[in-house]
Design a protein around this ligand. Structure first.
Ligand SMILES: N[C@@H](CCC(=O)N[C@@H](CS)C(=O)NCC(=O)O)C(=O)O
Length: 217
C-alpha cells in the first residue's frame, strides 16, 4: 500500500491539524508542499482535488479527501482501538457534542485571533486590530469550557479524543502569540487541558511546520 500523501503547506494551520492526528496514530506520511505564492491553489488542476482551493487534502492509495476534520475522522476510524473516536453510542454522542462545540463555539473566534497572532509570529503580514475583539468573544466561551473541564479531563469525556485535538493549532497559537487567555489562573481546568494538549509530542513535532514523517519514536 502506498504511503499516505498529505498535500498541504507546511506552515498552514490546517496542514498542522492533520499532521498532528497522523502523528498521534503513528501513520507515516509524505508531505507534498503545494506552492501558495504562484496561485497554484486556484488552478483548475488543483481544484479537481480541493474544489475550494484550500489546503490540505490527502491521497490515501488513490482515495482523495479534503476538510481537516473529515480527514482526521477518516484516519482515526481506521484505528478504533486508539479511542480517538469513541465507539459506544453514548460515548460517541458526547464526542460529537464536543466536536460540534469546537467547530461552532471555539473555532470562529480562536481561529480569527489565532491566525493573526500566528502570522505575526512567523513574519507574514497580519492584522492585529481584530485580535482584541475576537479574544473577548473567546474569553466568554472559555468560561463554559471551564465548567465542562471541571467535571471531566477532556472535552468529550474521560479520554482524549479528536474533539480535543481539533482545538490545535489555534489553542496553541493564541498562547504562543502572547495571550494568556488559554492559561489564565481563574480557569485552572482550561489551563490544565491546554497545557496537556500543547505539550503532546504529536503537536510539538509540527508546531514549527509540518514535514514528511516516516518513522515515529
Ligand atoms: N475548512 C477547511 C479550511 C482549510 C483552510 O482554511 N486552509 C487555509 C490554510 S490554513 C487555506 O488553504 N487558505 C488559502 C485560501 O483559502 O486561499 C479545512 O478544515 O480543511
Amino acid at each position: 500500500m502506498a504511503v499516505l500523501k498529505l498535500y498541504g503547506i507546511s506552515v498552514a494551520t490546517s496542514t498542522q491539524r492533520v499532521a498532528t492526528v497522523l502523528h498521534e496514530l503513528k501513520i507515516p506520511f509524505e508531505l507534498i508542499e503545494v506552492p501558495y505564492e504562484d496561485g497554484e491553489l486556484k488552478t483548475q488542476e488543483y481544484l479537481r482535488f480541493q474544489p475550494f482551493g484550500q489546503v490540505p487534502y490527502i491521497d490515501d492509495d488513490g482515495f482523495i479527501l479534503y476538510e481537516t476534520r473529515a480527514i482526521c475522522r477518516y484516519i482515526a476510524a481506521k484505528f478504533p482501538e486508539s479511542g480517538l473516536i469513541p465507539t459506544g453510542s453514548r460515548e460517541n454522542a458526547l464526542f460529537e457534542q464536543a466536536a460540534s462545540v469546537e467547530l461552532t463555539n471555539f473555532d470562529p473566534s480562536a481561529s480569527q485571533a489565532g491566525v493573526q497572532l500566528y502570522w505575526k509570529r512567523i513574519g507574514l503580514p497580519y492584522n492585529e486590530t481584530i485580535v482584541p475583539g475576537q479574544l473577548e468573544i473567546l474569553d466568554k466561551i472559555l468560561d463554559s469550557y471551564e465548567v465542562i473541564l471541571s467535571k471531566q479531563p477532556y472535552v468529550g469525556g474521560n479520554t482524549l479524543s479528536l474533539a480535543d485535538l481539533f482545538h490545535l493549532p489555534y489553542a496553541a497559537y493564541v498562547t504562543l502569540g502572547g495571550s494568556d487567555i488559554m492559561t489564565a489562573t481563574h480557569r485552572p481546568n482550561v489551563a490544565r487541558w491546554h497545557n496537556e494538549l500543547t505539550s503532546r509530542p504529536s503537536w510539538l513535532a509540527y508546531e514549527g511546520g509540518v514535514k514528511t514523517t516516516m518513522k515515529f519514536l
